[in-house]
Design a protein around this ligand. Structure first.
Ligand SMILES: Cc1ncc(COP(=O)(O)OP(=O)(O)O)c(N)n1
Ligand SMILES: Cc1nc(C(=O)O)sc1CCOP(=O)(O)O
Ligand SMILES: [Mg+2]
Length: 239
């Protein structure tokens, strides 16, 4: 799949999933309609991430869902993942591209316009932008309130590749992220820590889709998701 088609993106973290395993959470998210999964699971040994990755790959392949590996290009290759997600302290995008080849999906974390334009120039296929809202799932340098949907808009306006919002996103606050031009939302806790990860995914999928639907209805113009996947109409990226 192309990241421009991702509306909802699960980032795994077994330390937040209670007594459920990462493959169990991934299975529930797939059944609930998730578009992409990122194997993150920070804190696990490489061998454990590899084994879990192989299990997840079977699940995502069977469902036609993309599987991305966080941080580790070697692990992405080892489990034949669809790509890798790199942060500002991980391997450079161009190096990962050399190692993984032209077909791999390479995502890059950015929180400023300067980082975003550089990642695009380096060959990233999509951007993870955050933390949009405050999150307790990761220590982020930005203010504890997050960078807000306004920064999403600034970054969307400065690049041509898809932008996925991440950080503190829930079913209640996902709307403004997509309305700001993000093609989708990435979440850990909204699905992983939910009592029912299947229902949580369904609700998130519905929330994101309904924002796009509402945008179609309110301005009366046909909305497409364009080449970059941004929600656009003939007036530009949706307000
Ligand atoms: C979709 C997405 N966006 C951002 C991140 C964060 O990546 P990074 O900054 O490298 O931090 P870690 O996740 O590695 O702690 C992400 N993982 N996914
Ligand atoms: C993994 C990650 N990266 C972030 C960034 O800002 O780059 S925020 C984050 C944590 C996302 O978890 P939750 O959905 O539970 O807030
Ligand atoms: Mg990283």
């Amino acid at each position: 799949m192309n990241p421009s088609t991702w509306r909802t993106y699960l980032v795994t973290q077994s330390s937040l999933s209670g007594d459920r395993s990462t493959p169990e959470i991934v299975r529930a998210a797939i059944d609930g309609g998730i578009d992409a999964v990122q194997l993150r699971d920070k804190g696990l040994e490489a061998r454990d991430r590899y084994e879990i990755g192989l299990e997840c790959k079977e699940l995502t392949d069977a469902a036609g869902v993309d599987l991305i590996v966080n941080d580790r290009v070697d692990l992405a290759r080892a489990i034949d993942a669809d790509g890798v997600h790199l942060g500002q302290s991980d391997l450079p995008v161009a190096v990962a591209r050399d190692l993984l080849g032209p077909d791999a999906i390479i995502g890059c974390s950015t929180s400023t316009v300067a980082e975003a334009t550089r990642a695009e120039a380096d060959g990233a296929d999509y951007l993870g932008v955050g933390a949009v809202y405050g999150t307790s799932s990761k220590d982020v340098e930005e203010s504890k309130d997050g960078i807000g949907p306004e920064r999403i808009r600034e970054i969307v306006d400065s690049v041509s590749i898809p932008v996925v919002g991440i950080g503190g996103i829930t079913v209640e606050n996902a709307g403004p992220v997509v309305q700001s031009g993000a093609t989708g939302v990435a979440v850990i806790s909204a699905i992983t820590a939910a009592d029912d990860p299947f229902e949580a995914t369904e609700s998130l999928v519905e929330a994101v889709e309904s924002v796009l639907e509402d945008a179609r209805g309110t301005n009366g113009r046909r909305v497409t998701t364009g080449e970059t996947g941004k929600a656009v109409d003939d007036g530009g990226v949706l307000e």
